[in-house]
Design a protein around this ligand. Sequence first.
Ligand code: SAM
Ligand code: SF4
Ligand code: SF4
Length: 336
Amino acid sequence: MAGVTDTMGRPVRDLRISVTDRCNFRCTYCMPKEIFGKDYEFLARDQLLSFEEITRIAAVFASEGVTKIRLTGGEPLLRRGLEDLIGMLSEIDGIEDLTLTTNGSLLARKAQALADAGLDRVTVSLDSMDDSVFMAMNDVGFPVDAVLDGIEAASAAGLDPVKVNMVVKRGVNEDSIVEVAEHFRGTGHIVRFIEFMDVGTTNGWNTAAVVPSAEVVERIGEKFPLEPADANYRGEVADRWRYTDGAGEIGVISSVTQPFCADCTRVRLSAEGRLYTCLFAVAGTDLRAAIRNGADDAELHALVTEVWSGRADRYSEIRSEVTKRRPKIEMSYIGG
Ligand code: SAM
Ligand code: SF4
Ligand code: SF4
């Protein structure tokens, strides 16, 4: 499909929309309690984009070639009436894949309504099968079983295949890698092991805490032999590996050890309407201001294509001691 390309020839294909900056978890790698405590000021209601505003922006991107939309946050299922937004987005011409990333805590209750509204699939985050490890990571004492119930409810509602995201941190949950892989082998759900990233500035990231994906593949492969599988499409974030015995596949997301910026077709919209062309951006473009100042669709379109055509982001390829100290946007704000 035609459409705007950036300074490195990359088209825009995936739009990630953060619908809230709030979350009921305090994952240590994302919203550490010491920073996101009682006094932390989250966005007020009127600062959030309305569903109509989000849908207008999404339609502009669809006309430039976006085919995939992912709702995220914060915890997207905390946003009231999310089913209505899903219904609106699913009506946009050209959107082939409408998905959502969630911590799973509210999924058992909401999966059917989300599917009925037009959601295609979900990704559920789960960092361990071991309650003590998982509770220490989500830092609110949330149990593994309740997330598993959410995954099963999603599957029962037809939101298949469910992807399961596990962020791997050295010395924290690396011993859960094989156990998580084993649990989901043969279920049709696809686990994706994510290298701990230096998103934002508050999660205490350092290279020593990163478990390289190559090591993840090796550890699982020792017990359940794996072979590489081809990417499903250009720009797929995860490298795919399939079990040689036919029990399914896993993915590894190696943002730190094997950056994939050259094929990056993702754009992000924050809950208050700022547009970011990279997960590690330090500044965004205020689309909410444009909309609330009366921009019509043609003006919005011109603004969006101007931003994308000037894009030169390749943060993961140039990550260094210097870049890691940049005043980057927090993950819970920009959306994962
Ligand atoms: N709250 C939802 C959830 O946890 O699935 C959606 C938002 S969350 C920011 C999106 C994804 O980013 C999750 O799978 C989470 O594990 C991942 N994530 C958050 N911080 C990360 C970090 N520092 N490095 C790698 N992945 C991270
Ligand atoms: Fe919340 Fe998701 Fe961040 Fe965990 S990773 S704190 S669940 S937004
Ligand atoms: Fe895309 Fe930025 Fe991630 Fe590179 S670092 S893959 S440009 S979001």
